[in-house]
Design a protein around this ligand. Structure first.
Ligand code: NAG
Ligand code: NAG
Ligand code: NAG
Length: 337
């Protein structure tokens, strides 16, 4: 963390020069793909364009002698459009210290709208993540909580680690989880699409749910992530269509949330994200099938002076289990199961 900021000016120049030179050689890799989660680019979850060769310092080499590191500390240097990854002051993910969370009794409950329709879409191996991309219809909508606008679901992304307990990007009280499910939404009242929203204020909302390996399995995640579906998306760009999904089944029956202002945790690291972290964990019976792939995720970023707000009163923790504020409201009414 912060490694990029410590690069000296001459070092940074060498990086730029190397990239400039690389751009003129052979089939140019898409600059949008010039990032990775590891210096050491190996394993299934590697964009083809980057898996070229390694030098003795573990950097990626386009051709011999033109090597650039592409891991998280370098995201802000490999592409001028991603400079916030290096110099931003409101970056994500962060470690949430619960004693720093301010109780905000005026936070309304979270609302989910699908217009009463079942969700369908494509489970997709992007080379870096397992993502579910919803079909254009029905529109899935989230509002409420800290959100002033209605935000449209654009991707459900799964982050996982190489072992249990170490797969989430965010941490709570210095504790990681086995996986993190991120529901990525853009502000559909102000912007026409995700990329426009990621460049504007109040652009994005990401809901995070944390996952542990335990005896039972969340019904939504088991539809998405069973052995049958996963074997169909073993390789980069593999896709598998799923339908009849009930997104509300992803959420715990009752939960509180913690919210803060942060960034995309992937390039371009735009600082337009309202993060909403759900405070009850989900269970899955196993993540082994992912752990055989390499893990993914950005290292923690400093919270600095940002506020963490929560809708759960630390003096009355039992209240979070009751009352409509601690339930997901689906299509208007509180969600009962
Ligand atoms: C999206 O959310 C807004 C505000 O909550 C609502 O009025 C609208 O009907 C929703 N759209 C869909 C397609 O669900
Ligand atoms: C996103 O919206 C912007 C501005 O409205 C537009 O210029 C751009 O082409 C759109 N991008 C995509 C991928 O649709
Ligand atoms: C997850 O598993 C733990 C341990 O088995 C259990 O205590 C907890 O209630 C489960 N959570 C859910 C949401 O099922």
């Amino acid at each position: 963390m912060g490694g990029a900021a410590r690069l000296s000016a001459p070092q940074a120049l060498v990086l730029w020069a190397a990239l400039g030179a690389a751009a003129h050689i052979g089939p140019a890799p898409d600059p949008e793909d010039w990032w990775s989660y590891k210096e050491n680019l190996q394993g299934n979850f590697v964009p083809d364009e980057l898996s070229i060769s390694q030098d003795q310092h573990g950097r990626s080499c386009l051709v011999q002698s033109i090597c650039v590191p592409t891991g998280p500390p370098f995201w802000g240097l490999v592409n001028a459009a991603w400079s916030l990854c290096a110099v931003g002051k409101r970056q994500s993910p962060v470690d949430v210290e619960l004693k720093r969370v301010l109780y905000d009794p005026f936070l309304p409950p979270l609302r989910l709208s699908t217009g009463g329709e079942k969700l369908r879409g494509t489970l997709y191996n992007t080379g870096r993540h397992v993502s579910f991309l919803p079909a254009p219809r029905p529109v899935v909508n989230v509002s409420g909580g800290p959100l002033l606008y209605s935000h449209r679901l654009s991707e459900l992304r799964l982050l996982f680690g190489a072992r249990d307990g170490a797969g989430s990007e965010h941490q709570i009280n210095h504790q990681g989880f086995s996986a993190e499910v991120q529901l990525i939404h853009f502000n559909q009242e102000l912007y026409g699409n995700l990329s426009a929203a990621s460049r504007g204020p109040n652009g994005l909302a990401i809901l995070s749910l944390f996952v542990n390996v335990a005896g039972s399995s969340n019904p939504f995640l088991s539809r998405l992530l069973n052995r049958d579906t996963i074997t169909r998306i073993s390789y980069k760009n593999d896709a598998y269509f799923l339908q009849d999904l009930s997104l509300e089944l992803l959420f715990p029956e009752s939960f509180g949330f913690i919210t803060y202002q942060g960034s995309l945790s992937t390039p371009p690291c735009s600082e337009t994200v309202t993060w909403i972290l759900i405070d009850r964990t989900l269970n899955v019976t196993s993540l082994q099938i992912f752990q055989s792939l390499s893990g993914n995720g950005r290292p923690l970023q400093p919270l600095a002076h940002r506020a963490l707000r929560g809708n759960r009163d630390p003096r009355h923790p039992e209240r979070r289990c009751r009352g409509p504020n601690y339930r997901l409201h689906v299509d208007g009414g509180p969600h009962g199961r």
